[in-house]
Design a protein around this ligand. Structure first.
Ligand SMILES: [Zn+2]
Length: 402
């Protein structure tokens, strides 16, 4: 959307710039738009086809595209939100760029932090994934209220539990006419398919009626290798505007033999595997003209975990609530640390996990992901959301000044 606005602005401005440029390319740089409304601008002389003028218009177009990139980088048409269940950021650091080349590619080419936070009160799977898609914390008035971590029983829904409709990123994207998908590797994710199906999803009041079923494709496969193949095939056939992909491997290894951050442990091997799966996605994006330079990825986790307990349930343990957050792709420049990029709206929490109502600036949370996805797609925030509800988590950095 921002990009199309840029193009419109480009066309409108170029119209008036061209005659001037015919007197000498670059003479008018740096261009400053006149301080008057376009309505009052003098009507330009007719554009006579001539080589100099053609070259001038190309130069003008390139310059203005560069200028619009400074102000509003071209956003992606597709956003993939990947949740690496149970991924600890220090595991990625232990592996380094050699052992986890694809995570490190997200780090070097995008914006990231290894000190993001789960929800303030829960470090278990379903409550945290519900934070990601609704942009809410778990507890309190604005919280989504879903505290269970089991496969929902018949009749259990997010909205019934909250006693109010909980809008999600799936709603926002789908109601604006884009395709959505959830590819999950745990059965309990059926909670989202049930809550947002054609019976339980809210009516679409946004423009054309795209129906109540907010998730076009729901796919479950507990094995992540076939799951990723199915995702890649579906994405190649007809790309989703917004998709969520859940990869369970790190969590499964952690419950089996502990979150053991040492070379060669089952947990570290699972992190290597997830890195490889993300590599498949990067390959897909770059090999497809429909996706290349049009796709962004947000990668985070629902919680970390501990070696001693082989669980992640204690919400006041730093190893449980410290998670990574990576943003990469179209519209995202190599910006480095997310806290440095957002000094006015986010603060590095150090070792703490502040409550949602803390007076201090909030940390980057997995709950930021839903509204970051809608923002990158040029869409409004999720209704009722409180985490990144102003869509102010910034990831794009202008190119450095020369
Ligand atoms: Zn778990």
């Amino acid at each position: 959307m921002l990009f199309s606005l840029g193009i419109v602005a480009l066309l409108r401005t170029t119209k008036y710039l061209l005659p001037e440029f015919s007197h000498g390319v670059g003479k008018e740089f740096p261009y400053r738009p006149p301080l008057q409304s376009s309505r009052n601008l003098p009507i330009p002389p007719a554009i006579v086809p001539n080589r100099n003028r053609f070259l001038s218009s190309i130069a003008a177009a390139v310059f203005l595209l560069w200028l619009s990139d400074l102000q509003s980088p071209a956003g992606p048409e597709h956003v993939i939100l990947i949740s690496c269940d149970g991924l600890r950021p220090d595991a990625v650091e232990l592996l380094g760029a050699k052992g986890a080349p694809h995570f490190y590619r997200l780090i070097t080419e995008g914006s990231y932090t290894h000190n993001a936070r789960t929800d303030a009160d829960y470090t278990i799977t379903l409550p945290n994934h519900t934070c990601m898609i609704t942009g809410r914390g778990v507890k309190g008035g604005p919280g989504h209220g879903w505290v269970s971590n089991s496969t929902p029983k018949i009749g259990e829904l997010l909205h019934r539990n909250k006693k109010a409709y909980l809008q999600s990123a799936f709603d926002v994207v789908h109601d604006h006419g884009l395709r959505t998908a959830l590819f999950a590797s745990k059965k309990k994710f059926v909670l989202y398919d049930l809550s947002y199906n054609e019976r339980n999803g809210q009516a679409d009041t946004e423009g054309a009626d795209n129906g109540r079923d907010k998730i076009n494709i729901y796919q479950l496969d507990e094995l992540t290798d076939p799951l990723i193949i199915k995702f890649v095939m579906a994405m190649s056939r007809e790309p989703f505007g917004f998709s969520m992909l859940h990869l369970r491997d790190c969590d499964s290894a952690g419950h089996g033999s502990g979150w053991d951050i040492a070379n060669g442990t089952p947990y570290i091997n699972a992190v290597v595997k997830v890195d490889r799966l993300i590599g498949h996605l990067l390959t897909l994006i770059e090999a497809s003209p429909r996706l290349k330079d049009k796709t962004a990825m947000i990668v985070t986790a629902d919680h970390g975990g501990r070696l001693s307990t082989k669980t992640h349930t204690k919400a006041d343990e730093a190893k449980n609530y410290t998670i990574p957050f990576y943003v990469w792709g179209a519209g995202v420049h190599a910006g480095g640390d997310l806290y440095a990029l957002n000094p006015g709206t986010r603060a590095d929490p150090g070792e703490a996990n502040p409550p949602h109502n803390a007076k201090s600036l909030p940390p980057v949370r997995n709950g930021d992901a839903g509204n970051l996805a809608t923002f990158l797609l040029g869409l409004p925030p999720i209704k009722g959301s409180t985490i990144n509800g102003k869509q102010n988590l910034k990831v794009a950095m202008p190119p450095p000044a020369k």
